[in-house]
Design a protein around this ligand. Sequence first.
Ligand code: AMP
Length: 402
Amino acid sequence: MNFETFNFHPRVMAGVQAVGYITPTPIQAKSIPPIMQGRDLIGLAQTGTGKTAAFVLPILQRLLQSPRGRVGALIISPTRELAEQTYETIDELGKQTGLRSIAIYGGVSMEQQTWRLRNGIEIIVACPGRLLDHLWKGTIDLSQLEVLVIDEADRMFDMGFLPDIRNILRCLLKPRQTLLFSATMPDDIRRLVQEILHDPVTVQIGHISPATTVSHTLYPVKQHRKTALLIELLRHTETESVLVFTRTKYRAARVAQQLAKAGYRATSLQGNMSQCQRQTALDGFRAGSFKVLVATDIAARGIDVLDISHVVNYDMPDSTDAYINRIGRTGRIGKTGTAFTFVTSEDTPMVHALEHLLNTPLEHRRLQNFDYAMPVPANRYIRSSQQLRQRAIRNERGGTKR
Ligand code: AMP
């Protein structure tokens, strides 16, 4: 199959050619035809499958035939990073269409967004909080909306955005075409789907399980030896870009500092940073000037960097869904990836859950000549996973919502 099959308008095809896509990915092959027929759709796919172009291309095709100067498509994203990346994809693929798009999120001037909206926009990519601000102020008119996309719905739910989504939905007129993408299907998302999608087609890619292109290894280690182990692992492993996940913002910043001190080009991405700092970190990681990015789950959501060879779970994720989302950053289209997970004694139940999910026992590895037994430094207080988890939930919600 190739992109000619979809019979896109030459201006849309020009975008496909400009970015160099040759063969549609499985989610694109399965989703584009029903979306172009105007069907509602549930796309069960994680980041890295090509899901963004799967909805962007049919949107461009549809809006080419609609009047200009009114918002025809709205894409709701959980994080600013994902909103920016989706906006960039629209910009690249839609260059020849003349359609105008904007990314709307908090932390930057609302006036500037309002000014651009007033000058005519056809496609909006928005995070829920700032979108609601605009809707309440009357600076966004969605009365002519044709297509609504709810992207990464499971993450939206994790971040507590579901009430915001419902408020946004109240501002929209029906009927419209609704597309919902999610890596997993928690009950609340299932309920939302039943309420807002009409006779949807479901497209599931690679089952809801981790990419088969990723190898998984566990490294048992005590909490206080994790950073030293990470440094040793990086020293002994050939890597391209490496994405390290911690449970808290504070820890992400600290681990990045420790890596930088050890001579690695490392930075962090976490909710305590300004929008400008986040963008600098992300751009540097994308361009390869930072080889290691240490991030929290929420900040890393949707990171689209193709050369991530290794994902390191410095802290065990909270759920198997979070594990899937994390490792979805490696083993991207046509590549293989490696996931290293540090495990402490508290993580045993999650290890069992992962083995159940992957349907195989996971390899436990020990690094030779590494001092696993070094005692905890004096005066160092080590928080339990439970304490960290509670703190992470409290902090991240406050830090990234707007
Ligand atoms: P996504 O899952 O939308 O985040 O896409 C992951 C990456 O795959 C992005 O860097 C896209 O540019 C790339 N991509 C999307 N579709 C294709 C395709 N048909 N062929 C090659 N790369 C693609």
